[in-house]
Design a protein around this ligand. Structure first.
Ligand SMILES: Nc1ncnc2c1ncn2[C@@H]1O[C@H](COP(=O)(O)OP(=O)(O)OP(=O)(O)O)[C@@H](O)[C@H]1O
Ligand SMILES: [Mg+2]
Length: 158
């Protein structure tokens, strides 16, 4: 059983990478945003920031059950690194140059404040730091200019 989580700040390229990995490895792709909606794991909607309010403990419990029941998974979520490292073989964190990230976020209908908050989160390496704190087996993938998919696949198969 191999569990790969793909975390990273908003818009840094988690879903793009996770889907590529899932296809190449034939691992099941777990879309956590969809899973939260389908299983009522949200505690409400944050109107100001236009996002779901998620109880991470509840989500983790759900993901652990999924991990226990399934074989090989690619879990796509900016909350996935909150999982205990004992359930995770590799934690990928996607990063992106902030100039490019700003362009990516501008293409979405985000408010100026939401773009600012997400850029700040990336500048402060928020998710990389949190993943390190949780002592994950960490692979940082910079998506600014594209990446070596074969190299990432090799890391997973190690
Ligand atoms: N390696 C890449 N090279 C160029 N553009 C990329 C790359 N990866 C992602 N992108 C672009 O960046 C944007 C965001 O990508 P994606 O949706 O994968 O990010 P995300 O981290 O899943 O976002 P969210 O946090 O909202 O789920 C998309 O427009 C995508 O095409
Ligand atoms: Mg995504």
């Amino acid at each position: 059983m191999t569990v790969v989580i793909v975390s990273g700040c908003v818009g840094t390229g988690k879903s793009t990478l996770a889907k590529k990995l899932s296809k190449a490895l034939r691992f099941e792709y777990v879309d956590v945003t969809k899973l939260i909606k389908e299983n009522n794991l949200s505690d409400g909607y944050d109107k100001k920031n236009k996002c779901e309010i998620v109880d991470v403990k509840k989500l983790n419990k759900f993901l652990v059950e999924l991990i226990k029941n399934k074989k090989n998974l690619i879990i796509d979520s900016h909350l996935s690194h909150y999982l205990d490292k004992k359930y995770v073989d590799l934690c990928i964190v996607t990063t992106c140059d902030i100039t490019i990230l700003r362009e990516r976020l501008k293409k979405r209908n985000y408010s100026v404040q939401k773009i600012k908050d997400n850029i700040e989160a990336e500048i402060f390496d928020t998710i990389v730091i949190e993943a390190k704190e949780r002592k994950h087996n960490l692979l940082i993938v910079d998506t600014t200019k594209g990446y070596d998919l074969k190299g990432i696949l090799k890391e997973i198969k190690k």
